[in-house]
Ligand binder design. Structure first.
Ligand code: PLP
Length: 393
């Protein structure tokens, strides 16, 4: 049976091969440390579980409006007002089946065949695939490591053609953990305004910013920028709720209406009970969000020290999310491997530590390490990588 052309160009997730190998080794009884996780290792806070349970027993188990229940949309509107001083109306919000599906639906309603979307690399693996699935063309622009992996206004300007529809800004970033400052966003925003480009601002790691940095959305900078920005966010990373699948998009009424129409024919609605759980997440104490952030911040400091002490590994220090994205090219060379992918495979086989090669994120000199695992595990993983690098020199 011949498959549609649409799916023939999709590249499978780069993390899959390494995860499959890690699982195989685990099944054989090996003590494998996985640093590939893209989700918090914490449990969903208990009061959220109780709210979901109550919703279930109160009979909130039916279809909901396609764009989400009104109470949750209102809570999202209130959150934007409170946290970012951004005013949205209810019909500027769509609740979706995770932030991933907000992005998917957005590209479907935004792009015509051949429309270009600028994707700064290193990028989250799903952006290029989702753009292609919508008939668009991802234009990958490599942000330089010496610029902390941040896209510069010049690089953005040079990538724009008469087919450019949008640019993705993901701050804090997966995989680099970089956070754009207000000034940097102003400079990028100026280009988008002058060249009439839509901004897709993926702010899913918003609550996970460490040190002195704070979160700024490009939509906060001016009314004009707000009008051309669709913000994507959700509760997966902030409230340890990855499995609940609740995300959302806010922005132009026209775009949100089209997304809601499309959702009405695809998902119908995000899971009813999960929406009540997300409502509880936003309308009750945020103490656990703060506690998780503290734990991540401590792990970042420690892991950063351990990893950068390994010869041949350098790392731009991240300010957010829960990933390190070190450059391992010198270590790979010193260890006699042809590519980062081969080096990562060898570390998994010999030392039983699973890392994600940077190639899947558009950066083949780097690896991604997630610190969404305990400090003990992180310390042991760093020791094993160190041992591997020294042994093969
Ligand atoms: N955007 C980025 C940058 C991510 O890293 C992820 C999850 O890994 C998502 C969006 C999707 O999040 P969700 O679990 O809400 O679909």
């Amino acid at each position: 049976m011949e498959l549609a052309k649409r799916v023939q160009t999709i590249t499978p997730s780069s993390t899959l091969a390494i995860t499959a190998k890690a699982n195989e080794l685990k099944a054989q009884g090996h003590d494998v440390i996985g640093l590939g996780a893209g989700e918090p290792d914490f449990n969903t806070p208990e009061h959220i579980l109780h709210a979901a349970s109550k919703a279930m027993f109160d009979g909130k188990t039916k279809y909901t409006p396609s764009g989400g229940i009104k109470e949750l949309k209102q809570a999202i509107v209130n959150k934007f007002q409170h946290d970012q001083g951004l005013t949205y109306e209810l019909d500027q919000v769509i609740v979706t089946t995770g932030a991933k599906h907000a992005l998917y639906t957005l590209f479907q309603v935004l792009l015509n065949e051949g429309d270009e979307v600028i994707v700064p690399a290193p990028y989250w693996v799903s952006y290029p695939e989702q753009i292609k699935l919508a008939g668009g063309k991802p234009v990958i622009v490599s942000a330089k490591e010496e610029n902390q992996f941040k896209l510069t206004p010049d690089e953005l300007e040079q990538a724009i053609t008469d087919k450019t529809k949008a640019v993705i800004i993901n701050s804090p970033s997966n995989p680099t953990g970089m956070v754009y400052s207000k000034g940097e966003l102003e400079a990028l925003g100026e280009v988008c305004e002058r060249r009439d480009i839509t901004i897709v601002s993926d702010e899913i790691y918003e609550t996970l910013i460490y040190g002195d940095e704070s979160h700024t959305s490009v939509a906060q900078l001016s009314q004009e920028l707000k009008d051309r920005t669709i913000i994507i966010n959700g509760v997966s990373k902030s409230h340890a709720m990855t499995g609940w699948r609740i995300g959302y998009a806010v922005g132009s009424k026209k775009v949100i209406k089209a997304m809601t129409n499309l959702a009405s024919h695809s998902t119908s609605n995000p899971t009813s009970v999960a929406q009540y759980a997300a409502l509880a997440a936003y309308t009750s104490s945020q103490d656990e969000v703060v506690n998780m952030k503290k734990a991540f911040s401590e792990r970042l400091e420690k892991l950063y020290g351990w990893i950068t002490a390994i010869p041949g590994i350098t790392c731009v220090k991240p300010q957010g999310a829960f990933y390190l994205f070190p450059n391992v090219s010198e270590a790979v060379q010193a260890n006699g491997y042809d590519s980062v992918d081969d080096w990562v495979k060898a570390i998994l086989e010999e030392e039983k530590v699973a890392l994600v090669p940077g190639s899947g994120f558009g950066a083949d000199q780097n690896v991604r390490l997630s610190y969404a695992t305990s400090l003990d595990q992180l310390e042991e993983a760093a020791k094993r990588i160190h041992r591997f690098v020294k042994k093969h020199q």
